[in-house]
Design a protein around this ligand. Structure first.
Ligand code: COA
Length: 244
């Protein structure tokens, strides 16, 4: 337990629970700092990352009390956008398990993760223009990539909130599970990914997120994997009748 997070680490995964019950887990400077510490640990020892929120809320955005006091220079520091970029670039897959509100920066944090799961109570939205600001930590481009420009503009410009069922239908969310099973399902997803070759997962994520250069980047990544002992062992296992 740090100030704003509960962090549980095992050999193959780190589970982070956002926990600021007095502010619906709103992302303040302390949480940003603590999430950077988690990133540093995951970069140092690559593991899967699961992010969730305590108390039936994922996160109700950036902390509005802090946002109110920030000026141009803080905006240019990209306090949330740099953190979410760092999370998006973590070496191994990241999963957000969303129960309740994921609004503003909370939604953007989930957009920066590779896969999202939701409880039926999940709500995604970007109400920033209502506060006189822009969703500047990834929503304008990540959400568009995830659900297309038409729906992204409805969320960003018209305040549309996506409930779990809509988010699932749009592909934003991989699966909807009852709140009391959400973490179990998220861990089952992580278990599945943990059975894959870690270098293969890492390079697949890198190439999928690469801005361009296909198929060269794909070929280079495959060239590395084709030489790995892990690949030979896994294929030998398959060919001898074993299954992953
Ligand atoms: N920043 C700071 N504090 C926040 C917050 C945020 N983003 N979101 C909620 N809180 C605080 C509230 O001020 C309230 O504090 P108080 O008990 O001292 O009055 C507490 O968390 C509970 O929030 P409340 O609004 O009473 O809960 P609710 O269940 O009725 O509504 C939300 C939940 C998420 C719908 C509502 O809190 C909300 O709209 N939050 C702001 C969402 C937003 O605009 N985010 C974008 C920020 S860029």
């Amino acid at each position: 337990m740090t100030g704003t997070l509960v962090v549980e680490e095992t050999d193959d995964r780190v589970v982070v629970t956002l926990r600021r019950p007095e502010a619906r887990n709103a992302i303040n400077a302390a949480m940003v700092r603590e999430l950077h510490e988690v990133c540093a640990a995951v970069e140092q020892q690559p593991r899967l990352l699961l992010i969730t929120g305590a108390g039936g809320t994922f996160a109700a955005g950036a902390d509005i009390g802090e946002l109110r006091e920030r000026g141009r220079d803080q905006a240019l520091q990209g306090i949330n956008s740099r953190l979410f970029d760092r999370i998006a670039r973590l070496p191994l897959p990241t999963v957000a398990a969303v129960d309740g509100y994921a609004l503003g920066g909370g939604a953007e944090l989930t957009y920066a993760c590779d896969i999202r799961l939701a409880s039926p109570a999940a709500v995604f939205g970007n109400p920033e223009p209502g506060l006189g600001i822009l969703a500047a930590a990834g929503a304008t481009w990540r959400l568009r990539d995830l659900v297309g420009a038409s729906v992204a503009k409805q969320v960003l410009l018209a305040g549309r909130r996506l409930d779990a069922e809509e988010a699932h239908r749009l592909g934003l969310v991989a699966e909807v599970a009852p709140a009391d099973e959400l973490l179990k399902r998220a861990h089952a997803l992580l278990d599945r990914m943990a059975r894959s070759g870690p270098l293969a997962l890492r390079l697949t994520k890198l190439v999928t997120d690469a801005p361009g250069g296909h198929p060269l980047t794909d070929d280079l990544a495959q060239a590395i994997l084709f030489e790995s002992d892990d690949k030979r062992t896994r294929m030998d296992t398959f060919l001898s009748g074993g299954r992953q």
